[in-house]
Design a protein around this ligand. Structure first.
Ligand SMILES: [Fe+2]
Length: 452
């Protein structure tokens, strides 16, 4: 939505009030901001082991409690030979490892079922995930279904309430991209292609035991994959700052992560090993932030496009990032000003509004530099299905999520069920989907600088 039009919508001028932990703005009663919690928890129980060659320690970690790991990965990792480093480390500790390498580009319920079958044939007592976000999500799904012994569809739920309590085999996660942050996330988003829905398995006990961050595993990552995973990490950091559940702890992690990513992601995409190592840590930090502050409308909109159309995950995330940031900014000037500071975009004493205005142009420049598409193609997404996509946003965390026929009767009269810092109505959601087909343009902006 053009800025001029947005201004007219939010008049009269905003008044400030103290809400939760931070000064937020409630804008004439039109842009609504939910209060941040006055009492919060922060939960990040995964042990993080970082360093070049750290994968050699995988066997030591697994051997503390398990004997028969199932290694879950994808064919690309096997073709590159990276899986041998994991297997060698496990076998050095005398562990009996079996490999399941049939993870596809999108994590699916089917891959989880196949992985569980492979694990049972092996008599597995734990799971090691090795790869990008899809491999790590399938590995988590296999660890959960392997322990629960029930199908995925029976394990999602807790509609609108606390996440269900799920059992899980011990899980060890080794990312080969700097992006998903799945290694420290409790969630396994899985596409159920028979149902035409994306189901998320998640619970308080579904974190990895150990995340091993070995920058050497990113050495052969193609530039396009580095870009598409990197924009996911950046989005986790930005969204974590733009929900009504953000806290001082999540902000600290998210702001530091986005400072690193804005500075180093372009070099990482070009193949700079040190930049990739820093982005790997930033990706983990960003996910620790959004695992607690939750995610906003970028992920909320993109997940439905991923469900209905075959488009790479990172493309869908990258396409929605700018429109959602522009939607959020009028309701989140303090958060945007903090982000500008973290990105090295602001000058001492600069007013909040002008600091906040610098963020979107800088993000646009970075996305352009690393080759993220600015829109979804009309050959990729069918415009006539925007109403369906929007209804899926409103069906989130309700039984209608599992029933295509029930979508037509989903209540779209209120706000979309999202912790996004600016609450969105049906018309807002439709406008954002429309915008994803139109795209955005680049305006002049200073390049990101090293944060002070
Ligand atoms: Fe993501």
């Amino acid at each position: 939505m053009p800025r001029r039009k947005m201004r007219s919508l939010i008049e009269p001028p905003p008044r400030s009030r103290k809400v939760g932990w931070f000064d937020q703005r409630v804008q004439g009663g039109i842009v609504e901001v939910l209060a941040a919690p006055d009492v919060f928890t922060f939960h990040a129980p995964t042990k993080v082991l970082h360093g070049r060659g750290a994968i050699a320690r995988l066997g030591d970690e697994v051997a503390t409690e398990c004997r028969r790991p199932l290694l879950v990965t994808d064919p690309g990792i096997v073709a590159s030979g990276l899986h041998r480093r994991a297997i060698d480390s496990l076998e050095r500790r005398g562990l009996a490892v079996a490999v399941f390498d049939r993870v596809t580009h999108m994590a699916t319920v089917r891959s989880v079922s196949e992985g569980v079958a492979a694990g049972r044939a092996h008599g597995f007592d734990c799971v090691v995930g090795l790869g990008g976000g899809s491999a790590l999500a399938v590995a988590r799904g296999v660890a959960i279904v392997g322990a629960e012994e029930r199908p995925v569809r029976e394990l999602v739920g807790g509609w609108g309430a606390e996440a269900p309590s799920l059992r899980m085999l011990p899980l060890f996660s080794v990312p080969t991209t700097a992006g998903s942050g799945s290694e420290v996330s409790p969630s396994a988003p899985l596409l159920d292609d028979e149902l035409g829905a994306k189901l998320t398995l998640s619970g308080r006990g579904t974190f990895s035991r150990v995340a091993i961050l070995d920058p050497d595993l990113l050495a052969s990552l193609p530039s396009r994959q580095a870009a598409l995973s990197g924009v996911d990490a950046l989005t986790h950091a930005i969204e974590a700052c733009c929900t009504n559940l953000a806290t001082p702890i999540t902000d600290a992690l998210a702001l530091a992560a986005m400072g690193i990513l804005m500075r180093d992601l372009a070099a990482a995409v070009r193949g700079d090993a040190d930049a990739r190592a820093r982005c790997l840590v930033a990706s983990t930090m960003a996910n620790q932030a959004c695992g607690n502050a939750k995610l906003g409308l970028v992920h909320g909109l993109a997940r439905n496009v991923q469900t209905l159309f075959v488009i790479p995950y990172g493309v869908t995330i990258g396409v929605f990032l700018v429109p959602v940031m522009e939607f959020n900014r009028p309701a989140a000037l303090p958060a945007f000003a903090r982000m500008a500071d973290a990105m090295g975009l602001s000058r001492p004493g600069e007013p909040e509004s002008s600091r906040a205005a610098a963020v979107v142009p800088a993000v646009k420049r970075l996305l352009t530099e690393i080759g993220i598409p600015r829109r979804l193609g009309s050959d990729e997404v069918d415009r006539s299905r925007i109403d369906e996509l929007a209804r899926m946003v409103f069906a989130r965390n309700t039984p209608a999520q599992l029933d295509r026929a029930a979508l037509a009767s989903v209540d779209v009269g209120g706000f979309a069920p999202s912790p996004n810092i600016r609450r969105a109505r049906y018309a807002d959601v439709v406008a954002l989907y429309e915008r994803s087909l139109v795209g955005w343009s680049v305006e002049g902006a200073p390049p990101p600088q090293t944060p002070a």
